[in-house]
Design a protein around this ligand. Structure first.
Ligand code: BGC
Length: 718
């Protein structure tokens, strides 16, 4: 019977594959036929922007414009065709989804997929073929202004989330545009910086999520980054675009430049860029417009190269907007709201709960003071970079009122003034870090008269912004003084941080017992936060990056490679990025990668592997038991790291190779199995220009953060 089923399966799979490739062959024939009918000018018209967010079509042949839109936080509002001003539509209010690092903090690929589905459905409702999302550059430098948009410092977590975001978006026949390829890890000097990064670090740290999104997620579009990598602009980087992306990974889709990120005609055309996008006209003067036509006529770029680019665009269109079963889409539906709520709920990280003040026992609380500008602030818009015209956004104060308003009196005090605008100069922003004593006094008076304080601080979308890096990790706006004043008069103070990147919470960690981390958490942020405070949701978020004690502990700062010297940022730390650095160099973090508490407790036991020694083409099946030993339903993220103690090259102390979010009822025990391919234990061997899983002993380490390993087991690779 087993044999018969296996035969049927094999037949179906083979049949499926050949049906698939048959339709691909038919599509290629169809596309080639269209290309033969096109004039060179028409082809070139498809290779550059003809407006801010579209590139040309060929109406004569029924080829539409390729329409795109930002971006990670939700589908951006409609702007005018030729400038960034609002088009003043009334039908473009969208769901504001949690930011990238919030999605990463869920440590749940299912959430990344649901995020993608919402983006895809809303893009369809807005008739956008390409969504400029997800963005998942590695969080190398905690100050990077776009950390909030990105996912993680770890390539494995990054890959798992990137693949599912792409799959979610593309399940709706909308192309994901994964960005920014590659090594775009700082905003400061992003248009000029030459990132020097060795091939091993590229392959092990900066490229894996792109590779996974292309090969496992089948991403249709890639956005080249602004910076240079190893001497060449990313938009004309033969190594990245031709050798690695297109030839090695087999990417069939389109490489689109970041906006105004193209620098030359011939080099970009021959080195792998397919479409030039940008911010302002005249569009026919762009590198990929008249100059490209001239370059083809002069024989500097072959028509074959042009045809390849057109073929890629048509291939993308036939798989998305021009596909037969293209859905109509929908915008800001109750299902989208539910997805936003669920992602936000799973992203919130409980950093400290020493006194078990949380979850709040509502019956005992008569007066709640909600303090802080962030309690009433929205985060859908702000600073430079893509935001969302949110259909609605529940602030923390609104969420707290809706969840606690029936049982407790709720009062608000602003506490601090967020005097900082990304559009202003440093000089104009001067003094933004100063406390406002009057607001602090008012807040302290309210705190004193209340049973519990929910103190909402952190940053905002002006302070963390595209095009800028922060200057330091310090809390802005005089928030520490506010925290001190409030905590001094009311010990029942819960600190709620809302931000997208690491901050200096050393003082708070020392002096405050209850700390919750929320993010720019989307339309449902306030509801999710209030439900966590109330215990309706048991927090299960885990930090997707390390919080260093001090900026100087971080690799880029310690090695003095940020922001770089002259126009060059030399990534001297190599593969020691994030916890790989802190753990290997034995530097104590403020909060470690993967860290986050719960209202319940978990225990791990019986870590074992199916065998003790493996060949290089085998898979390690690790299994262990996890038990919810507390009294509440909750989820733990089990994390499996590996180390290779004896190796011909320096390897990080730990590398994440598997994880799973496990949901358990009180007292429930589950057996969890995590598979790791032996091939995935390899490092990139520069001397061999190949991955190398050296023979010898490896240690599997199981824990719930990079610094809390509770079980280990050794295996041998032959
Ligand atoms: C950003 C991209 C964005 C593009 C279009 C650029 O400045 O780097 O992420 O998609 O603008 O808004």
């Amino acid at each position: 019977m087993k044999y018969t089923i296996a035969c049927i399966m094999a037949f179906l799979v083979a049949g499926g594959v050949s049906a698939q490739s048959k339709s691909e062959v038919a599509l290629t024939t169809k596309i080639n036929r269209i290309i033969r009918k096109m004039m060179l000018e028409e082809k070139i018209g498809m290779l550059h922007g003809n407006a801010l967010f579209s590139s040309g079509g060929v109406p004569r042949l029924g080829i539409p414009e390729l329409t795109c839109d930002d971006g990670p936080l939700g589908v951006r509002e409609e702007i005018k065709r030729f400038d960034w001003a609002s088009a003043n539509w009334t039908t473009d209010s969208a769901m504001f989804l949690p930011n990238g690092s919030a999605i990463a903090a869920t440590w749940n690929p299912v959430m990344a997929n649901r995020y993608g589905v919402v983006i895809g459905e809303e893009a369809n409702a807005r008739k956008k073929m390409v969504m400029l999302a997800p963005a998942f550059n590695i969080c190398r430098m905690p100050l990077c202004g776009r950390t909030y948009e990105y996912y993680s410092e770890d390539p494995y977590l990054n890959s798992q989330l990137a693949v599912q975001s792409v799959k979610g978006i593309q399940s709706q026949h909308v192309a994901a545009c994964i960005k920014h390829f590659a090594a775009n890890n700082q905003e400061l000097n992003r248009d000029s910086v030459n990132t020097i990064v060795d091939e091993r670090a590229l392959r092990e740290i900066y490229l894996p999520a792109f590779k996974a999104a292309v090969q496992q997620g089948n991403a249709y579009t890639v956005m080249s980054a602004y910076n240079k990598v190893n001497g060449y602009w990313c938009s004309e980087n033969d190594f990245l675009l031709n050798k690695v992306l297109k030839n090695e990974w087999g990417f069939k889709g389109v490489v689109m430049s970041d906006w105004a990120g193209t620098h030359h005609t011939v080099a970009a055309a021959n080195n792998g860029l397919d479409i030039e996008m940008g911010s302002s006209g005249p569009y026919d003067r762009w590198y990929f417009a008249q100059p490209l036509l001239a370059a083809v006529k002069a024989g500097q770029v072959s028509e074959k190269t042009i045809d390849d680019k057109v073929r890629r665009i048509l291939w993308l269109m036939y798989h998305t907007s021009m596909s037969a079963d293209h859905p109509k889409g929908s915008i800001a539906t109750p299902e989208h709201a539910k997805a936003a709520y669920d992602i936000a709920s799973e992203s919130i990280v409980l950093l400290k709960n020493d006194n078990h003040l949380l979850p709040l026992k509502t019956s005992a609380i008569k007066r709640i003071a909600v303090i802080g500008d962030n309690a009433v602030r929205t985060f859908a818009l702000g600073g430079y970079g893509a935001g969302v015209k949110a259909k609605y956004e529940v602030t923390a104060l609104e969420g707290i009122k809706s969840r606690f308003g029936k049982t407790s009196g709720i009062s608000f005090a602003q506490g601090y003034r967020a005097n900082y605008l990304a559009s202003k100069t440093d000089e104009q922003n001067r003094g933004y870090d100063k406390p406002d004593q009057k607001l602090i006094d008012e807040a302290a008076a309210l705190a004193k008269a209340s049973d519990v304080v929910i103190l909402c601080i952190g940053s905002n979308r002006e302070y963390e912004s595209e095009g800028h890096d922060r200057k330091s990790l310090e809390l802005p706006f005089g928030e520490q003084e506010l925290v001190n004043a409030v905590t001094a008069v009311n010990p029942n103070t819960i600190i709620v941080m809302m931000a997208g990147a690491p901050y200096d919470l050393n003082e708070i960690k020392r002096s405050n017992h209850t700390v919750v981390w929320s993010w720019f958490n989307g339309s449902e942020a306030g509801n999710a936060l209030a439900d966590v405070l109330k215990g309706v949701i048991n927090p299960s978020g885990k930090l997707p990056f390390t919080f260093p004690v001090s900026l100087k502990d971080s690799p880029a700062a310690a090695l003095n490679t940020y922001p770089g010297t002259g126009a060059t940022a030399d990534y001297k730390e190599g593969v020691l990025v994030g916890y790989r650095w802190y753990d290997t160099r034995k530097i104590e973090p403020q909060f470690p990668f993967g860290y986050g508490l719960s209202y319940t407790d978990f225990s791990f036991s019986k870590l074992s592997t199916d065998k003790s020694s493996y060949k290089k083409d085998e898979t390690i099946h690790a299994r262990f038991r996890i038990k919810n030993t507390g009294s509440r339903y909750g989820a733990e993220v089990v994390q499996l790291y590996i180390s290779d103690p004896v190796c011909s090259v320096l390897r990080p102390e730990k590398e994440l190779k598997g994880f799973e979010k496990v949901f358990l009822q009180p007292d429930e025990t589950k057996t969890v199995e995590l598979d790791v391919k032996v091939a995935d234990l390899a490092f990139y061997d520069e001397s061999k220009k190949a991955w190398n899983a050296e023979a010898g002993e490896y240690v599997l380490q199981l824990g719930n953060s990079s610094r809390n390993i509770s079980k280990t087991v050794k295996i041998l690779v032959k």
